[in-house]
Design a protein around this ligand. Structure first.
Ligand code: COA
Ligand code: MG
Length: 289
């Protein structure tokens, strides 16, 4: 699975922002046809994204397109407009059931067959951002074409009648449930957007909190947010050194026949070794080791 520490939305009808996004070194660019695009600009967004996929070199950035929700009446035209130009993945917002993912997966499979592309090569990422989505996480997360769950805090809060606060406790249960379901099925868990894009410290804080919760990346909306988000999901040198030391010490003690041992005054056993291995896996995914 590619590294998706930051998933940057760019309004699909704005060629300038799409071109600009290519210069940020961001892991993932998601060209939007949903809520970032006005209702009277949906057709413009479809053709702009189709052209961008054909004409632009995305370099290191993964290229995704977000369609409108299944049932909106826009989703079929959206997906058909962009699929022939081979995005790396399709993002589907406001998913509530497995059937909705299956609908998209069948259309994608037909395109893969028609173009002779490897089966399952175009991935699906889904937005879980309504109460029904959280109740149905278990079935939603089980779809084989799925790469990641994307938690949408604003939509979730609006749909349960919660009021957003700086601490984000009002969405904590749903956010954490999404992380748990993602981990259970080996998927990425992409955290909520920080909408105050001038507040760099806030995005950094929220990204670091998300990383500690087990999220693998974060949705972002502005160039200011690329660096703080990508850094929060990349272990720093001290964390990598500590993880290495812990794994080495564990292997030595295992060889000597002890499962638990002391390191720097702390008890170390299997769960801590797993956590250290997670740190090393993140560092590897970010190309740091
Ligand atoms: N992708 C690419 N480029 C972006 C960008 C984005 N998401 N957001 C801003 N930029 C560019 C701007 O075009 C501008 O470049 P320019 O000077 O060459 O025109 C530069 O970065 C600085 O932007 P700034 O002036 O600070 O912001 P703005 O007022 O132009 O845009 C938003 C603010 C919120 C409208 C914009 O960030 C945006 O469209 N974000 C994505 C919204 C979205 O897709 N929402 C749906 C998903 S939640
Ligand atoms: Mg939304």
């Amino acid at each position: 699975m590619p590294s998706r520490r930051a998933l940057l939305y760019t309004p699909g009808d704005d060629r300038h922002k799409i071109e600009k996004a290519l210069t940020f070194g961001v892991d993932c660019i998601c060209m939007d046809m949903e809520d970032g695009v006005a209702l009277n600009r949906k057709t413009e967004a479809r053709t702009t994204i189709a052209r961008a996929l054909q004409e632009l070199d995305f370099g290191i950035s993964e290229k995704l397109a977000r369609i409108n929700a299944v049932g909106s009446g826009l989703e079929k035209d959206d997906i058909e407009a962009v699929l022939p130009y081979r995005p790396d993945g399709i993002v589907i917002p406001k998913i509530e059931s497995l059937e909705q993912i299956q609908w998209a997966s069948e259309i994608i499979e037909a395109a893969e067959l028609a173009h002779g592309w490897p089966l399952n090569s175009i991935r699906i990422l889904v937005g879980v951002e309504t109460p029904k989505a959280i109740l149905n996480l278990k079935e939603i997360a089980s779809h084989p074409r799925l790469d990641a769950l994307i938690f949408g805090a604003e939509d979730f809060a609006a749909s349960v009648g919660a009021v957003r606060t700086p601490e984000a406790w009002e969405v904590f249960y749903a956010r954490s449930a999404a992380v748990t379901a993602a981990a259970a099925y080996g998927l990425g868990a992409i955290d909520m957007v920080t909408i105050d894009f001038h507040d760099i410290e806030k995005v950094r804080r929220e990204a670091e909190f998300g990383a500690r919760l087990g999220c693998t990346g974060k949705q972002i909306i502005h160039p200011n947010q690329v660096q703080p988000a990508q850094e929060a999901f990349t272990p720093d040198d001290d964390a990598i050194a500590h993880a290495r030391r812990l794994v080495e010490a564990f292997e030595e003690h295992q060889a000597k026949g002890s499962g638990a041992f002391a390191l720097d005054g702390k008890m170390i056993d299997m769960p801590l070794v797993k956590a250290a291995q997670n740190v090393l896996a993140r560092a590897r995914a970010a190309g740091k080791i």
